[in-house]
Design a binder for this molecule. Structure first.
Ligand SMILES: Cc1cc2nc3c(=O)[nH]c(=O)nc-3n(C[C@H](O)[C@H](O)[C@H](O)COP(=O)(O)OP(=O)(O)OC[C@H]3O[C@@H](n4cnc5c(N)ncnc54)[C@H](O)[C@@H]3O)c2cc1C
Length: 479
């Protein structure tokens, strides 16, 4: 059977893997990190964009609109949460109005539903948000990017795909018309390659037929605010973007779990792995956030993080996604925003490109459904009581801030979490106000007992982030 290797287990690689399992092919995904969604896919605003920010006719525009429209059906199949909150881009003066009017007509050209609304309507939708008027996009939605990526991966696995973690593809060679993907722990043979390696894609693409391509890392820093702020922001609120900057402007986004994000900033960096947050930028976030939602303060912050865009331009603005087939390889380069929204249409397009060079025979037994595990905190008391009666593991709260039970942590491990962060990203244990101060060691203990991992091998996040030191003979004498 034909083997297709997908490089990268972000949202795009996972969507592609799922889409390919509709056909009679063997799908193997190679990911350099210990889990999915460790790259840009887990470090973004979690907005399902409507598609008005992108140039009409571009892949970005087309795939964003298609991704947004198709999400209701997809979310039902994958049993994932999202909210069609709508979104406001607020303006304050006549310059803003001119830019918004241009955005509105471009957005309509892309097929988006949009309207200009007065202050009175902002008062109805989001009374605490500042602004004299706004462009309102009713179809914009919010989702949990981790949940989405894991659901795609789980469904791909259910349909036969294999995900290999800690398998960085160092280089690729060919032998008798077959690709060899070289990794530190052995080679993987494949007839076709899909290079969805995010920041690693340009380097791999240069060996796979796109010699001239380069991406420029552009970091976006965020504040995560406590859920108490969540009630004040029912929908994402954006400023009018500066067309010369690389992003959409520092905005405020509620998350599906009730937190609020402030960010992201826009800073070109030399290192795609540099996800540091910095004091001057964080100051700026709070200042700009306050312009949209008064009353924000550092006391509401529970965490900072950063995501890095793989941009195809180093001069701000956007360059369209590059998705090109070269022989038996498809390269995806510069999949920055709106890549989360566009992941599924991208996956279908990649499948079309592969269909040009190999026969893809549909399988009758493809199962599009994946079932989520119960989220204890979202359930009414009578359902909770029933769950605890059926399974006492629901009776132990592991994470007090987010009300995550032992049963949910176990489920996260059984679905593939191998690190503390892997558990956190799947079920939110340690994502709350104390950031794991209370439950971090209990999660490590569960990883130890469920997986038989020695404590000193348990990782918090990446390779090298050990949580426990091995016992050292005589350490006490030396101190
Ligand atoms: C600050 C910010 C905000 C954003 N907000 C939004 C938003 O609100 N809505 C939206 O639609 N989009 C948004 N985006 C864009 C979106 O997050 C990305 O387009 C999307 O996540 C890209 O997914 P990916 O799978 O291509 O990349 P990634 O998630 O980066 O996945 C690539 C994977 O490849 C792996 N890899 C790299 N090199 C190798 C190798 N050699 N071998 C094996 N594996 C390798 C990496 O470890 C990584 O896991 C935002 C992006 C940023 C940075």
């Amino acid at each position: 059977m034909t083997t297709i290797a997908v490089i990268g287990a972000g949202v795009v690689g996972s969507a592609i893997a799922r889409e390919l399992t509709r056909y009679r092919v063997r799908v193997v995904v190679l990911e350099r990190e210990p889990d999915a969604a460790y790259g840009t896919s887990g470090r973004n605003s979690g907005v399902l964009h409507a598609g008005f920010n992108n140039v009409p006719g571009s892949k970005m525009a087309r795939m964003c609109v298609e991704g947004n429209r198709g999400f209701d059906a997809l979310a039902r199949e994958l049993d994932i949460r999202y909210k069609r909150t709508g979104k406001l881009v607020v303006g304050f003066d006549e310059d803003d109005r001119r830019v918004l009017t241009g955005m509105l007509s471009r957005g309509r050209e892309n097929g988006c539903m949009l309207e200009m609304i007065p202050r009175a309507e902002i008062d109805r939708l989001a009374p605490k948000v500042r602004g004299e008027f706004a462009m309102y996009s009713p179809l914009t939605a919010i989702l949990d990017p981790f949940e989405y990526t894991f659901a795609l991966m789980e469904n791909a696995v259910r349909n036969g795909a294999r995900f290999l973690f800690n398998r960085p593809v160092m280089f690729i060679s060919t032998n008798d018309g077959v690709y060899l993907l070289h990794t530190p722990t052995g080679d993987v043979r494949a007839d076709f390659i899909v290079n969805a390696a995010g920041h690693g894609a340009a380097a791999l693409a240069r060996t796979l037929g796109l010699p001239e391509i380069e991406t420029y890392p552009c970091r976006g820093e965020y504040y995560v605010l406590d859920k108490r702020v969540g009630d004040t922001l029912p929908l994402p609120a954006y400023p009018v973007p500066n067309p010369r900057a690389g992003g959409l402007g520092i905005h405020l986004t509620p998350t599906v779990d009730g937190n609020v994000l402030i960010g992201p900033s826009n800073e070109y960096t030399s290192d795609a792995d540099d996800r540091a947050t910095t004091a001057p930028v964080l100051e700026e976030l709070l200042r700009d956030g306050e312009k949209l939602l008064p009353g924000l303060s550092r006391g509401q912050v529970i965490r900072t993080f950063a995501g890095v865009r793989p941009k195809l331009t180093n001069r701000g603005g956007y360059h369209d996604f590059v998705i090109e087939r070269s022989g038996c390889a498809v390269n995806l380069v510069g999949i920055e925003s709106p890549g989360l929204t566009a992941a599924m249409p991208i996956a279908r397009y990649v499948t079309e490109l592969l269909g040009e060079v190999t026969e893809l025979t549909p399988r009758a037994d493809f199962d599009p459904y994946r079932k989520a595990f119960p989220r204890f905190r979202d359930l009414p008391d009578e359902v909770r009581r029933e769950l605890v009666r059926e399974n006492p593991a629901f009776g132990e709260i592991v994470c007090r801030c987010e009300t995550v039970t032992y049963a949910e942590v176990l489920d996260a491990v059984r679905r593939g979490a191998r690190t503390v962060i892997g558990v956190k990203n799947r079920c939110r244990a340690s994502m709350g106000r104390c950031q794991g101060g209370y439950c971090g060691s209990r999660i490590a203990q569960i990883l130890h007992s469920e997986l038989g991992l020695p404590y000193e091998e348990i990782l918090y996040h990446m390779e090298g982030s050990w949580m426990f030191l091995p016992h050292t003979e005589g350490a006490a004498d030396e101190s």
